[in-house]
Write a new protein. Structure first.
Lengths: 289, 127
């Protein structure tokens, strides 16, 4: 049932108990806390899910979900809400910091040592972040070819992981943040989509990971990018996630957060470190484990 | 900073001008290729040129080629802004000396990203 005003159709509003149901569903499966300001987001994200399922409206979709045990449609609903947009070389400056300062420093420090470099992109969404890092390594640090170099990438959404692994991007996605020189060097075109070549795709290992639940066994991480993930969590969950991921970092390892995120007042075991126009967070000495 | 917008579509010039003016650029416009090359030959004080591909008189690719022949314009940042979306076109433009390439349609954020890539100091305040 839709209200109609001067020919403009407005979606039926999601009422309190329907929104509560969606909020609990998302919280139970991802620990992401939706507040009441997210009603519009829920509406916008769930409309395509409802259409795909042949259900006439978002409200009808929620009623359908409420009347059934957790299944594929519930899963797709959660994924549609928690999936975030990303882009190649998002915010630009963190990647410049990696290329100009951070990775050269790691290479200099470890030249005579273990010669290993592990980078983890946690909450990688559709894969542009780990692939941007892979292209930086390929372009600027050919010496790493003889190192033990790993780029790990994880996300809570299995659909996003599948998209990431495929490495296929739309014109809109390659138009956003990707230098043209890297486009012609590492992508091939297939009509309106662009596919990343195997050379770069094979540099990244993807795995499913829920930051609040899973404790995978990983090698010590030098650089952990977890950008625009904490913003979705309540304070308690932010602290829990920071505490967990800190244990994965090598002594002196760096955490990269989104531009609107910080460890300040959440976890004092991290200190802010500025690299050019980017701010990263380093685990204070003796606080790694 | 000053920018030259080269596009035969008045609507596109207006969109680009709006974005650049909001970034404190002074903007000059050219509606065809020959006019654009004329302006660039006379006036070397631009910090950026935005170049459409399909233009009357002279194509964007020809403009890029001409500009790069002129030693006084060797370092002028050239950004192709075009509906040409074929792999070969991007490669051709870079080969000819374009610094960056953006495909239409685009949004303000995409254009700002390209300006940052070109080393142009922009405050990334989103409109």
């Amino acid at each position: 049932m839709k209200k109609e005003t001067h020919g403009i159709q407005f979606p039926e509003p999601i009422d309190g108990s329907d929104f509560d149901y969606i909020r609990d569903l998302v919280k139970d499966h991802t620990s992401i806390a939706l507040d009441n300001s997210k009603v519009y987001l829920v509406n916008a994200r769930l409309l395509p899910v409802a259409r795909d399922a042949g259900i006439e409206s978002v409200v009808a979709l929620i009623r359908h979900l409420r009347s059934r045990p957790f299944g594929d449609l519930h899963y797709r609903t959660v994924e549609a809400i928690v999936t975030t947009e990303t882009s190649f070389f998002r915010d630009f400056f963190p990647f410049e910091a990696l290329r100009q300062e951070v990775i050269p420093e790691i290479i200099a420090e470890q030249r005579g040592g273990s010669r290993s470099l592990t980078i983890w992109s946690a909450g990688c969404s559709s894969g542009q972040e780990p692939y941007s890092i892979a292209m930086i390594l390929r372009e600027a640090f050919p010496q790493l070819a003889t190192w033990s170099t790993r780029i790990l990438a994880s996300d809570v959404s299995r659909a996003m992981l599948e998209k990431s692994k495929a490495g296929v991007y739309s014109q809109t996605e390659i138009n956003r943040g990707l230098p043209a020189s890297l486009l012609v060097k590492y992508f091939r075109q297939n009509q309106t989509s662009w596919t990343l070549n195997d050379e770069v795709r094979n540099m990244v290992s993807f795995f499913h990971h829920n930051l609040t639940r899973d404790l995978p066994v990983l090698p010590p991480v030098d650089i952990l990018a977890m950008r625009n993930v904490l913003i979705y969590f309540d304070v308690e969950t932010k602290r829990l996630v920071l505490d967990r991921i800190r244990r994965y970092l090598r002594p002196g390892g760096l955490l990269i957060l989104g531009t609107a995120e910080t460890t300040l007042n959440l976890d004092e075991r991290f200190e802010r470190v500025r690299f050019g126009r980017a701010v990263f967070y380093r685990v204070r000495n003796s606080e790694t484990r | 900073m000053r920018a030259l917008i080269i596009d035969d579509s008045r609507a596109m010039r207006t969109i680009l001008r709006g974005i650049l003016v909001s970034l404190d650029f002074d903007v000059v416009e050219a509606a065809d290729g020959r006019q654009a090359v004329g302006i660039l030959t006379e006036d070397h004080d631009f910090d950026l040129a935005l170049v459409d591909w399909n233009l009357p008189e002279m194509s964007g690719l020809e403009i890029v080629t001409e500009v790069r022949k002129n030693p006084r314009l060797a370092s002028l940042p050239l950004l192709m802004v075009t509906t040409e979306t074929e792999f070969e076109r991007v490669a051709q433009a870079l080969q000819a000396g374009a610094n960056e390439y953006i495909m239409k349609p685009f949004d303000r954020g995409m254009l700002l990203d390209k300006l940052v890539m070109l080393g142009i100091p922009v405050e990334t305040k989103k409109a």
